[in-house]
Design a protein around this ligand. Structure first.
Ligand code: 5AD
Ligand code: SF4
Length: 475
């Protein structure tokens, strides 16, 4: 019988994407997905070090797995992701039963490393960013195993050249490195040929996409102007036949340019959704974070985007409790949140990441104060979120079907271009074909709930090609 694997993903979309790549490699190597972690022969933990006390969680988890490994030595345990990249040796020291530790630049070796460790014992393989070459840094040549075959992620850039005081990403993921534009467009064309209709472009700082490529050409003596390539990329990916939706995360407000706004407005496939992380509404805190913009500048950029792009949904990231954040600073964040009218936001309590500049700061905010601020902020954000949802009732929206609703098997779940989740009853009749994962439909929004919308099918717009593997919804 085939060996089975289970991967637990922590953290961001970058990690989810890496998880798909690891799954693709393991499946290509003959493994099958296990129903759950308890029954898996290979357990992979794809870790994140951006926030939280991820380290403690990981070691607690590894403690549980030690029991399993003692009972069944055939079980293999692998730790991947940012935390593996950062703490490779600590992991082996503290959890000697881990078979493989591999870093974010070694994902392409996942299956081989697991194979090698079965004969040779434990392996730690973590490439430093400086040692990467393109083939190692980028997933293009790897088989991504997308859970929903109509949608794909595409890494356009790895690493980050910024130095936000709180953030560990530049230290862990290294400097920015972009994939050539033509390669990306070719990848998208190939994916579109296989039935992909939605692409999400991934990078830590997508607006500076291509800067490294241009600078490298200059160093070779070419006379090229450094100009923003991200807008070109959006236009070209959006122009690939068969691509109906293009999304991207995340732009940095400091580098968010009119060219990008124009490309979004003028490329029909690019979704009317902008995730623009603001982090704080206080200029003092923004400066301490080294974000490179003021609250006013942020709001100006937002206004420009909203005026050019019809029906734009805006989401953001906000951190509360950054060292030294005063009541006044926090009041400025609340004010910005109220004025900006976000559709939704990811909110975080500042967590100290050793090795970052902010970790040296001593003016720490008491946890209880941070929690109180966090809750106040959530309340303000919930109000604008609810208003934005309510505005959509009565509208007809284009929705792509993502699957069966978790709570009610009679319902399907889909997503609008503005990235809002909609639940609606399944329909199937002689007139309306059965919807499947990846189908596009017009949905009339009938009701707005806190985090999602309810709707009803008006008409089916397109059925998926489904040449790629997908979990088909039996309707
Ligand atoms: N503490 C809290 N939140 C953080 N983020 C990044 N680093 C930290 C940290 N040390 C948040 C930022 C970023 C998002 C991906 O995670 O808001 O935009
Ligand atoms: Fe971290 Fe700032 Fe780079 Fe984003 S832009 S990855 S927050 S350093």
């Amino acid at each position: 019988m085939s060996r089975s694997y289970h991967i637990t993903t922590y953290g961001c979309q970058m990690n989810e994407h890496d998880t798909e790549r690891i799954a693709g490699l393991l499946e290509a190597d003959g493994l099958v997905a296990a129903a759950d972690e308890e029954s898996a022969d290979v357990v992979v933990l794809n870790t994140c070090c951006i926030r939280e006390n991820a380290d403690n969680k990981l070691y607690a988890k590894l403690g549980d797995l030690k029991v399993r490994k003692t009972e069944n030595p055939g079980v293999q345990i692998a730790v991947a992701g940012c935390l593996a990249q950062k703490d490779r040796d600590t992991i082996r020291d503290r959890a000697g039963h881990v078979d493989v530790v591999f870093g974010t630049h070694n994902v392409h070796r996942a299956a081989e490393l697991l194979g090698e460790s079965r004969t040779n014992g434990p392996i730690v393989e973590v490439l430093e960013a400086a040692a990467r070459d393109d083939a190692e840094a980028f997933p293009s040549a790897l088989p991504p195993r997308s859970d929903a075959g109509y949608a794909a992620w595409l890494t356009i850039q790895v690493g980050c050249d910024n130095s936000c005081a709180y953030c560990i990403v530049p230290a862990v993921r290294g400097p920015e490195l972009s994939r050539p534009l033509d390669d990306l467009v070719l990848d998208v064309a190939q994916m579109a040929g296989e039935g992909v209709t939605e692409v999400t472009l991934l990078g830590q700082n997508v607006n500076s996409y291509g800067r490294d490529l241009t600078l490298a050409r200059r160093r070779q003596g070419e006379d090229v102007r450094v100009r923003p390539l991200f807008a070109d990329l959006l236009r070209q990916v959006g122009g690939v036949e068969g691509i109906k939706r293009v999304r991207y995360v995340s732009p940095h407000p400091k580098d968010f340019r009119p060219e990008t706004i124009a490309a979004m407005a003028e490329t029909p496939a690019v979704c009317e959704h902008l995730h623009l992380p603001v982090q704080s509404g206080s200029d003092r805190v923004l400066a301490a974070m080294h974000r490179g913009y003021t609250a006013e500048r942020y709001l100006e950029k937002l206004a420009a985007a909203r005026s050019e792009i019809d029906d734009l949904a805006v989401t953001t990231d906000i951190i509360v409790g950054f060292p030294g954040e005063t009541d006044d600073d926090f009041a400025a964040t609340l004010e910005l949140a109220a004025v900006a009218e976000f559709d939704a936001a990811f909110t975080y309590i500042y967590s100290e990441r050793p090795g970052t500049e902010a970790a040296e700061l001593t003016d720490l905010i008491e946890h209880a104060v941070s929690v109180e601020r966090f809750e106040k902020l959530r309340a303000v954000l919930a109000r604008s979120g609810a208003r934005k949802h309510a505005e959509r009732v009565g509208r007809i929206e284009e929705v792509v079907v993502e699957g069966v609703s978790k709570r009610n098997a009679e319902r399907l779940t889909g997503r609008t271009r503005q990235n809002k989740v909609v639940h609606f009853d399944r329909v199937s009749s002689a007139r309306v074909p059965s919807l499947r994962v990846g189908s596009y439909a017009s949905i009339r929004v009938t009701e707005s709930k806190g985090h999602y919308l309810m709707g009803e099918v008006v008409e089916v717009l397109a059925m998926p090609k489904h040449k790629v593997r997908i979990p088909v919804v039996a309707v």
